[in-house]
Each structure stands twice: as structure tokens, then as C-alpha cells.
Design a protein around this ligand. Structure first.
Ligand code: SAM
Ligand code: SF4
Length: 477
């Protein structure tokens, strides 16, 4: 940006890791264009809101925030507002009609155009650009293929797939993120190699249904005459990413239980760098509700696969997503969810109250919406079940020596170091000297609390190799 244009920016992110990763790319693009990151709105010339629309209230929050930002914008000449992400993809022109002071409205398929759109808005006035479909070009398509301003230097997200071909009745994702497209296998592995060369030791592979990764690539290759099997390639991807030199931890999210195959579980078990953690979204334990949701599995099948996973990886931590109050959910359906959750013995659970999203099938099932008081009561009952299993799981780790990647000083008590185990559990421990983020150390677990572990430092296993945070990294794939 030239001297007359904005000089600093701030990005506020709502929603999931996908959005956080998009925000890293938006930041990377703005920094490549010469802007620096501001510490607060007061110090910023551009505020970017990266929105989410998975659950209710996102709309109210966005328009509330935009109301405050009007005052912010009016206070200083040249200030700009950009709104991107799933909510703007869904609302399209509505954003600018309700908040005409917004400079740029963009969707989920044109993150790569952030700086061009900002330049156009500065020159010609407010602009809305929502693409209905992803552009078939790796640099445009996959957020991982754009410059990044990563939040940390020792771990990174890597997008392996965008969009979703499933039709879960409650979910707006397919409408705002488009059809499922896998990123070429070699590009992913090359990116991970590049990240490892920068000192990244932990990667999280991102997609909405990672188990089906590569099915589209295999089919396209077969259409072109290649002699390859038609199935997904996720198991092989885990093996190849997991064997990149320097990568000590591989994680992924989210798999879909209907597509979870033994080859993926075997690849997890046989690849030492793949962490003993599975995020395995249940949504409901009732077969009737699962069928209404179009999830494609039963509670029994879910538990069977989970038992296989635990047989192959006895120390596996399992986390999940559960929706309470899906339209038509009866007391019996809910009790079945409690039973399956208790049997699954989760390490932690993200519990969501059903929220009708306009444009989804479930949003049309008004006649079967559940009384909010009933939903609230079920939510509490489920919480009691999942918190009990989480706490017991944490207590069972007392006395064990755990490998921890250091995240930094604890926010509440800077004298305490915070990190994550391979099972993705938060550990607070006291180290004899400050440990740099990205250090691998061991600690003996002294207490398992409901949401975290406490430990006693044992030793440093390895120091981080990245020198300093590299503000903007451009990938070479
Ligand atoms: N693709 C992933 C999957 O299939 O599990 C997750 C996608 S979504 C971003 C994350 C979670 O939000 C879902 O697992 C679901 O539990 C929850 N969710 C999505 N739509 C919802 C809705 N309309 N109401 C309540 N929770 C919802
Ligand atoms: Fe939504 Fe289902 Fe796709 Fe997950 S798999 S993103 S819940 S439609």
C-alpha cells in the first residue's frame, strides 16, 4: 500500500480453525502489501472481520460490531472495514445494505483477492464480491497456498481439502464453503516439508471431512487413464506427512464417522508422529436422529469403530461434537445420546444447542423444534455425563510422564508454563527456567482437573529450531 493508503490492520476472527487459518492468510496478504499488524482498533487503519455462521447470533453480533465500527471509522479519515467469511458468503448484499459504511464484503472463495478488493474500494468506493464457486487454481483455492502470518512459529495448519459434499440436515457449511475439493497430494507434502524447514514441528491437517480426502483426485486420475484405485488417500497422506523430517506431531480435524476406515486408523497407529488424539464427531447417539440428520452411521457402528481405534491405539484420547435439541429429538432419543456418550468415554466434548440455519433442511422443521427449556435441561444432563468422563480420564493420567510442547507462560500466572500433550491436553507446570514456545519437555502429571492437567517439570527434550517469528511466510510448493 502506498503512503496515502492504510498502514496498519487488525483481523478479528469468529468461528472454527478453518476461519482462523483463512485469517492467517488474510494477514499474510495484507503484510505482503506493506501493512503492519496493529495491536488494537485505535492503532489500526483497516479492521477485517472474518465471520462465521454455523450457529445463531452470529448475524446479531456482526451487525452490532459493525455499528461500533461506524463510530470507529468516522473518528479518523481513511479508515477501512472489510467483512469476509461464511456469514458474508451467506448474506451476500445484505451486509452492505445494512451497513453501507463497510468498504469490502468478500466471501469464502476469494480470500486471495483481499488486497485487490481493498485497493478497488479505496479508489472506487464500497465493493461486494462473493464468488459462488471456488476458482480452480491452487493459489486461489487453498488458504494454505497463500502467504501466511502465522500466530505461532512451531505449529501450523495445513488445508488439505475445502468444502463439503455431505448433506447434514442442520449444517450450513456446504452452502457457504462449496463442494469438496482436495488439494493435490504432492502440494500438501511439499508444504509440510517447507514448514519443517522453517522449524515447524507440529502440523494440523484441516478439512470438513478429511477421511474422504483425495477421492476426487483418484477419480480424476482414473478418468485420465491412470491405473490408481478409486478410494480416498487420507491414510497415505497421514503416513507421508508423518514421515517428513522434523515433524514430530501430526493432528487432523475433522473426520466423519461414516467414512472412517481401518486404513486410516492403522496409519495413525503405525506412524509415530501422528498423535494419539481423535476428534470424532458423534452429533447424536439416537439412530432415529442420526438418520434425520443424514449422518450415515448408527450409534452402534460409531462405537464399534471407536473400539477398533482404541484397540489399535490403547492410549487414544477421543473428543467429539454433540448437538442437543435437533428437531424432533425425544426424551428416548436423548437418553440414547447419554448412553452412547457414556460408553464412548470421551476426553472432552463440544456440546452445541441446535440452531436453525436458514437454508438448511433442519431449519424448515419448525413443527418439531424443541422447547428451549427442555433443551437447556438436556444440555445440563449431557454436560454432567461428559464432564465426569473427562475428569476421570484426567485423573487417570496422574503419575504419568507426558511429552509436552510448550505454548508459553500461562495467561493467568506468568510464572507457570503451559503446553499440550500428544493427546492435546492442556498442562500447566512450573519449569526451573523460562522455556521458549515450541520447546519439547516432559513433566510428571501431579493432578488431573476437569479441564486441564497440572505437572512437575522433568526435562527438556529439544529446543525449538525456529529463530524468531517470521512475520510473513510465502510457501514454495
Ligand atoms: N465437518 C465437521 C463434522 O462433520 O463434524 C464439523 C463442522 S461444524 C464447523 C462443527 C460443529 O458445529 C459440528 O460438528 C456440529 O456439532 C456443530 N453444528 C453445525 N451446525 C450446527 C447447528 N445448526 N446447530 C448446532 N450445532 C451445529
Ligand atoms: Fe457440515 Fe456434515 Fe459437512 Fe461436517 S460433514 S461440514 S457437519 S455437512
Amino acid at each position: 500500500m502506498n503512503a496515502k493508503g492504510p498502514e496498519s490492520y487488525i483481523v478479528r476472527t469468529f468461528g472454527c480453525q478453518m476461519n482462523e487459518h483463512d485469517s492467517e492468510r488474510i494477514s499474510g496478504l495484507l503484510e505482503t502489501d506493506g501493512l503492519r499488524r496493529a495491536e488494537s482498533d485505535d492503532d489500526a487503519d483497516v479492521v477485517v472481520l472474518n465471520t462465521c455462521c454455523i450457529r445463531e447470533n452470529a448475524d446479531n453480533k456482526l451487525y452490532g460490531t459493525l455499528g461500533h465500527l461506524k463510530t470507529w471509522k468516522d473518528a479518523k479519515e481513511g479508515r477501512r472495514i472489510v467483512v469476509g467469511g461464511c456469514l458474508s458468503q451467506k448474506d451476500k448484499d445484505v451486509v452492505q445494505s445494512r451497513a453501507p459504511w463497510v468498504d469490502v464484503v468478500m466471501g469464502t472463495h476469494n480470500v486471495h483477492r483481499t488486497t485487490e478488493l481493498l485497493h478497488q474500494a479505496i479508489e472506487h468506493g464500497p465493493i461486494t464480491e462473493i464468488l459462488e464457486e471456488a476458482v480452480i487454481d491452487d493459489h486461489a483455492l487453498f488458504p494454505s497456498a497463500l502467504p501466511a502470518r502465522r500466530e505461532t512459529s512451531y505449529n501450523a495448519w495445513v488445508t488439505i481439502q475445502i468444502g463439503c459434499d455431505n448433506t447434514c440436515a442442520y449444517c450450513i457449511v456446504p452452502a457457504v464453503r462449496g463442494k469438496e475439493i482436495s488439494r493435490p497430494f504432492a502440494d500438501i507434502v511439499n508444504e509440510v516439508r517447507h514448514l519443517a524447514s522453517q522449524g515447524v514441528t507440529e502440523v494440523t491437517l484441516l478439512g470438513q471431512n478429511v477421511n474422504s480426502y483425495g477421492r476426487d483426485l483418484s477419480l480424476a486420475a482414473r478418468r485420465d487413464g491412470a491405473d490408481v484405485s478409486a478410494g480416498p488417500q487420507f491414510a497415505q497422506l497421514l503416513r507421508d506427512v508423518g514421515s517428513v523430517d522434523g515433524i514430530r506431531r501430526v493432528r487432523y480435524t475433522s473426520p466423519h464417522p461414516k467414512d472412517m476406515r481401518m486404513d486410516v486408523l492403522q496409519a495413525m497407529a503405525e506412524t509415530p508422529s501422528v498423535c494419539e488424539h481423535l476428534h470424532y464427531p458423534l452429533q447424536s447417539g439416537s439412530n432415529r436422529v442420526l438418520s434425520l440428520m443424514h449422518r450415515g452411521y448408527t450409534g452402534e457402528r460409531y462405537l464399534e469403530r471407536l473400539a477398533e481405534a482404541r484397540r489399535l491405539m490403547p492410549d487414544l484420547a477421543v473428543t467429539t461434537d454433540i448437538i442437543v435439541g435437533f428437531p424432533g429429538e425425544t426424551e428416548d432419543d436423548f437418553v440414547r445420546t447419554l448412553e452412547v456418550a457414556a460408553e464412548a468415554d470421551f476426553d472432552s466434548t463440544f456440546t452445541f444447542i441446535f440452531s436453525p440455519r436458514e437454508g438448511t433442511e433442519a431449519a424448515t422443521m419448525h413443527d418439531h423444534f424443541i422447547d428451549p427449556a427442555v433443551v437447556a435441561e438436556r444440555f445440563e444432563r449431557l454436560r454432567a455425563v461428559v464432564e465426569r468422563s473427562a475428569w476421570l480420564k484426567h485423573q487417570a493420567r496422574e503419575g504419568r510422564i507426558e511429552e509436552i510442547i510448550v505454548e508459553g507462560p500461562s495467561r493467568r500466572n506468568p510464572g507457570v508454563t503451559t503446553g499440550r500433550t500428544r493427546q492435546n491436553k492442556l498442562v500447566h507446570f512450573t519449569a526451573p527456567h523460562p522455556l521458549r514456545p515450541g520447546t519439547y519437555a516432559t513433566a510428571e502429571i501431579t493432578r488431573g482437573a476437569p479441564h486441564f492437567l497440572e505437572g512437575k517439570f522433568v526435562e527438556v527434550l529439544s529446543e525449538p529450531t525456529h529463530k524468531i517469528r517470521i512475520p510473513v511466510a510465502t510457501v514454495n510448493v
